[in-house]
Design a protein around this ligand. Structure first.
Ligand code: BGC
Length: 290
């Protein structure tokens, strides 16, 4: 087994205690993967991590085609094939046409990562229906639409011997907020709670077909979605009161977990959520209180 490190140092910031070396064992050869929202943040790291692990990658995006092309070129620089496809995950036609182009291009898909997500925050009494619908549309309905196409393809193709023990692997990107209530972010927390129950119910339905469905719940990861929470020293220090491990997560912390979860090393992991959160779920306020 060979291992390839990718840009660990590039993502570690001045305040952060550095993460260990970033490694992706090459165990996903012959398993094309589709990653939604792959042009930035966690999705970008996941796309590159899967490529470093041996997969060809569909780089989905909805805005910023240049960033998606850059990710596709980086996938190619890792020696894998890539195609960037624009699709709004909350739009049924877009999603169906993306999956049919992706499958047409690579022959099939073995891995799908439902990553695309966004926040539209507001105090509850000021939250508009548009803010509510946008977040539910992308974060929850978008995951439904992409999951449905992925499952159809996994079911059609079944297990391929010597490629993977499973007929397909679906990862639903959730959040610690599938569990932790979040004032001022009710639309987001509701979407992630919904993702968890969709993921678990779907996992139960398709496990007998050898399809593995799991969730990943990141905590505070250094990406554009939560920039105000880490870009100043004051914000970073305050964020750290919520993180027992006392460093912000880097996108590669999540990417390495995804690469493992979709590999046969995790073949008996079905319908679970893996928290990648530096201990955010441990109720850190109780370390000295209660
Ligand atoms: C949110 C981030 C937040 C983190 C921890 C994530 O799901 O998108 O904005 O920093 O949860 O609260």
């Amino acid at each position: 087994m060979t291992e390839k490190p990718i840009d660990a140092a590039a993502s570690a910031g001045p305040e952060a205690r550095p993460q260990g070396p970033v490694r992706f064992p090459v165990v996903l050869e012959g398993q094309p993967a589709l990653v939604t929202g792959a042009n930035s943040g966690i999705g970008r790291a996941v796309a590159l991590g899967l490529a470093a692990s041996g997969a060809d990658v569909v780089v989905n995006y909805v805005v910023d085609p240049q960033a998606a092309d850059d990710v596709a070129h980086q996938v190619e620089a890792l020696g894998r094939k890539a195609i960037a496809i624009k699709a709004d995950v909350s739009n049924e036609e877009d999603v169906q046409s993306m999956f049919s182009s992706a499958i047409g291009h690579f022959g099939t898909l073995h891995i799908a990562v439902n990553n695309a997500g966004l926040q539209r925050d507001a105090p509850f009494h000021e939250m508009t229906l548009q803010q509510w619908n946008k977040v539910i549309g992308v974060n929850l309905t978008g995951q439904f639409l992409c999951a449905r196409e992925a499952i159809r393809e996994f079911k059609r193709r079944g297990v391929v011997k010597n490629v993977s023990a499973a007929a397909g692997k679906l990862v639903c990107m959730s959040s610690v907020h599938q569990e932790i209530p979040w004032a001022g972010h009710e639309n987001y927390a509701a979407s992630k709670g919904g993702v968890m129950q969709m993921m678990r119910s779907l996992a139960q339905e398709v496990a007998p077909l050898a399809i593995r469905v799991n969730g990943i719940a990141p905590g505070a990861i250094r990406t554009p979605i939560n920039r105000p929470a880490w870009e100043t020293k004051e914000a970073y220090d305050s964020l750290m009161t919520l993180v027992p491990y006392r460093r912000i997560g880097e996108p590669n912390d999540v990417a390495q977990a995804v690469a493992w979860l979709v590999s046969d090393a995790a073949d008996y992991v079905v319908g679970t959520t893996l928290f990648i959160d530096g201990g955010m779920m441990l109720f850190p306020g109780f370390a000295s209180g209660g």
